[in-house]
Write a protein that binds this ligand. Structure first.
Ligand code: GLA
Length: 351
């Protein structure tokens, strides 16, 4: 049996999932592939790291293996029995490209272990276990978007998720004549993790200043009263980004991709100016795309500080990309990579 666990992109709704907000992600047809069989010791091998790790103690190793070890720990904490296994991981997902290779590994490992043990764990629970693994074991205070998407996504659809109530619904992406591309900027700023945690903290402080318990109770009027420029801009991003997600939902109902594209650009400007999670390389890409009539819209995707750009465009976009790639190389000496993406189903297995 091989488990296929997809990466995720996010159409819109960035840095809202730890602020009780809305997100609209989808899984992509690029996978972490996982094979598993029972063994007498715990072993995990990564084709990319060209390295195997054997573990007897369920403790952190500060390596990629922690995503697997953490899943064993969290499954056991929930009362699932986990017997030793031999696991082999092979990934098509670039690390650090903002496509959530870590959530794909967590959810995929959990799914593979559950199958081996004969458990049929509900997908929402699997997402919750994977999220607990990331936050409590690996130690990254992320929101729930990535794990939910990898576990629950549906082919041909985006997933509208309310991270406050955890209710979700599937939204068809009828991409007739419209395509979605991901451009990997090739940069990953080391500050990423600490800046991510700082943004969380700033959002918490903004809430306190507004005397609110949840961003769901916050209006733009409340935001404009904040008497600290940085915190005001952080809060403004969250509130306006939630509005943009809702507007995107209605635009998708009528397949109005021009409008969706405009909302993507607006999301990018807010991530750049209010939330300050973009970087010069990504802004260079966006500025170029803005001048191209075949592009509906684009924005930075995921946590930010580098990573990927999501582009909504007409099918002749690859030609435009060729020019961009040249200019980017001249400016930064980095080779841009691009792929077309299709909304995939969540984690699944092939016998
Ligand atoms: C990372 C986190 C997600 C989310 C995004 C930003 O991908 O893992 O939970 O917060 O950043 O939207």
């Amino acid at each position: 049996m091989v488990v296929y666990s997809p990466g995720r992109a996010n159409l819109i709704g960035e840095h809202t999932d730890y602020n009780d907000g809305y997100v609209l992600p989808f899984a992509i047809k690029r996978y972490v592939k996982i094979e598993i069989q029972p063994s007498n010791v715990f072993k995990v091998y990564s084709e990319q790291a060209k390295r195997g790790i054997q573990f007897n103690k369920l403790e952190k190793t500060n390596s990629w293996a922690d995503y697997v070890i953490g899943m064993v720990v969290k499954l056991m904490e929930r009362g699932y029995e986990v017997r030793p296994f031999d696991m082999r991981i092979d990934s098509e997902l670039p690390m650090g490209a903002g496509l959530s290779s870590s959530a794909a590994l967590e959810v995929g490992a959990g799914y593979a272990i559950a199958r081996m043990m004969g458990y049929d764990i509900p997908r929402v629970e699997l997402a919750e276990i994977a999220h607990a693994c990331e936050v409590e074991f690996v130690g990254v205070r992320c929101g729930i978007m990535d794990q939910y998407t990898v576990a629950l996504a549906r082919e041909g659809h985006a997933m509208f998720l309310d991270t406050l109530t955890k209710e979700y619904k599937y939204v068809p992406l009828r991409l007739d004549g419209v395509k979605i591309f991901l451009i990997d900027s090739g940069v990953k700023h080391e500050l990423g993790n600490s800046e991510y945690n700082k943004r969380r903290y700033e959002c918490e402080r903004a809430l306190i200043l507004m005397n609110k318990k949840s961003f769901r109770e916050v209006s733009l009027e409340d935001v404009e009263k904040i008497d600290d420029d940085v915190l005001k801009r952080r809060a403004r991003h969250v509130v306006t980004e939630n509005e943009r997600v809702l507007k995107t939902l209605s635009a998708l109902e009528t397949d109005n991709f021009q409008l969706v594209g405009k909302l993507l650009y607006e999301s990018h400007y807010s991530l750049r100016d209010n939330f300050e999670v973009s970087c010069s390389e990504v802004d260079f890409i966006i500025s170029y795309l803005e001048t191209q009539p075949s592009v509906y819209g684009a924005r930075i995707v995921g946590a930010g500080f580098g990573g990927s750009v999501i582009v909504l465009a007409e099918s002749e976009f690859p030609e435009v990309f060729g020019h961009l790639k040249e200019k980017y190389w001249q400016r930064f000496g980095i080779e841009l990579k691009m792929m077309e993406v299709y909304p995939s189903e969540g984690v699944f297995a092939h016998e």
